[in-house]
Write a protein that binds this ligand. Structure first.
Ligand code: UDX
Length: 449
């Protein structure tokens, strides 16, 4: 099938590349000529395992095209995916200007039936707005062409996006049109052969499903983070509690890992946007607001622990920081806990020596001018001359470091672990003081003790 994707960001590029890989003829359109130029040469702007090879393979096979020409893009596919950004505006609501601009372009250039698919995470009611914007352009042209607007939210995880797309848990499609349903079945046929993963529903339910899924996952994390703070104050160990509650299949082991807060492009943005949507229909989403507030506070927990350890005086201290990305296997720094930590450390007069396996370039882009930051080529270099070590991201290479090296390099033998990577006894054996999240009485942070 001929498919057009608007937006070559994270979602658009993965969708385009994976659909091309199963045999569709895909054209990805973006307004950024530099980006398109690079993509045509197989250079991708993000770090995502497996994506580069599948892009270059399908570009060479002629199934994956890139363009900056809107008219060509609209002409190409009967199916038109909208996968452009929906950044939060000042009050946290999703900004729909890019989505609606694409809808208008489709209305301006289409010459026959199109299925317009909302792939971007958009507030409930957006499909109606997309249809309205498109219809208005057709009216201006005096055309009465037929189209359907479908909601087909994406559930891929950064770092595992290609695998998630190729083997989805579910493919949600919101539509009231049988014709569109048939076309979407064909688009996803290669991913749906062994057992039916497609769930059809009305458009608004599909739009809400995406927010509800992300909000539920964020709630699980904030819940665990709250219990971890309680565990510290009660002298309990959250890791035992986690295993204890996860064994109940109704709760499950997934997404109950406590830590220094969730980040990324989805959870923080989507929880806020859903809460704003609620407010717009005169409903106060108290649970969502609490999920957000707990997470904001959790991002400060590591700083509070470090500050408390040094008696509230971090002036002139050097902190080694392992892990900058919001989670492993990505270079994404959006809403990363490391940012809150670094910014608090700088404010308190400390320096940071940081290392991340993939996010160094991105950190340089964001904080390149910051005098309190030194980016280091290895995790060992980051330790040199540092007073303490803090870990913000659970990259594999941090799982079993040489504790002797850490203990010798640091002027204070202390490790603050925001992801509960180690067993406390392991570090104690090497003479290291260990502070993690929610692990017993010695873990109090400044504002808790
Ligand atoms: C998420 C959803 O998982 C995905 O379905 C949706 O499409 C987009 O948002 P992503 O943002 O890529 O994906 O990351 P995810 O792996 O879900 O992690 C989000 C954040 O939660 C990370 O900062 C991670 O460190 C944190 N997290 C996750 C925890 O703190 N504890 C957990 O138990 C799980």
């Amino acid at each position: 099938m001929k498919i057009t994707i608007f937006g070559t960001g994270y979602v658009g590029l993965v969708t385009g590349a994976c659909l091309a890989d199963v045999g569709h003829e895909v054209l990805c359109m973006d307004v950024d000529p530099e980006k398109i130029d690079k993509l045509r040469n197989g250079i991708i702007p993000i770090y995502e395992p497996g994506l580069e090879s599948i892009v270059s393979h399908n570009v060479s096979a002629g199934r994956l095209l890139f363009s900056t020409d809107t008219e060509e893009a609209v002409a190409h596919g009967e199916v038109q995916f909208i996968a452009v950004g929906t950044p939060p505006d000042e009050d946290g609501s999703a900004d729909l200007q890019y989505v609606l601009a694409v809808a208008r372009s489709i209305g301006q250039h289409m010459t026959g039936y199109k299925v317009v698919v909302d792939k971007s995470t958009v507030p409930v009611g957006t499909a109606d707005k997309v249809a309205g914007a498109l219809r208005a352009e057709l009216d201006k042209r005096g055309e009465e062409l037929d189209f359907d607007v479908v909601s087909n939210p994406e559930f891929l995880k950064e770092g595992a996006a290609v695998a998630d797309f190729m083997k989805p848990d579910r493919i949600i499609v919101g539509t009231d049109s049988e014709k569109a349903e048939g076309i979407l079945r064909e688009v996803y046929y290669p991913f749906n052969r062994n057992h039916d993963r497609m769930i059809f529903m009305d458009v608004r339910s599909a739009e809400l499903t995406k927010y509800a899924a992300n909000a539920m996952l964020a709630t699980k994390i904030s819940f665990m983070n709250e219990v971890s703070n309680l565990a510290e104050r009660l002298g309990a160990d959250i890791e035992s509690v986690r295993r204890g509650i996860g064994s109940d299949p109704r709760i499950g082991y997934h997404f109950i890992y406590p830590g220094c807060g969730y980040g990324g492009s989805c959870f923080p943005k989507d929880v806020t946007a859903l809460s704003r949507t609620a407010r717009d229909c005169d409903y106060e989403a108290r649970l969502l607001n609490a999920v957000e507030a707990v997470n904001m506070a959790q991002k400060h927990v590591l700083f509070d622990k470090v500050s408390h350890y040094f008696g509230g005086d971090l002036q002139g201290k050097t902190i080694a920081l392992w892990g900058l990305a919001f989670k492993p296997n990505t270079d994404d720094m959006r809403e990363a806990s490391s940012r809150v930590l670094m910014e608090s450390l700088w404010k308190a007069g400390a320096r940071v020596q940081a290392y991340d396996p993939e996010a160094m370039k991105e950190t340089q882009r964001i904080y390149g001018e910051e005098p309190g930051l030194q980016l280091c080529g290895t995790k060992e270099q980051a330790l040199k001359g540092a007073d303490a070590l803090v870990i913000c991201t659970e990259w594999k290479e941090f799982r079993l470091p040489d504790f002797e090296v850490i203990s010798e390099a640091l002027s204070h033998p202390v490790v603050f672990d925001g992801r509960n990577l180690y067993e406390p006894e392991m570090l104690e054996r090497h003479g290291l003081v260990y502070y993690a999240i929610g692990r017993g009485r010695n873990q109090f942070s400044a504002n808790g003790s």
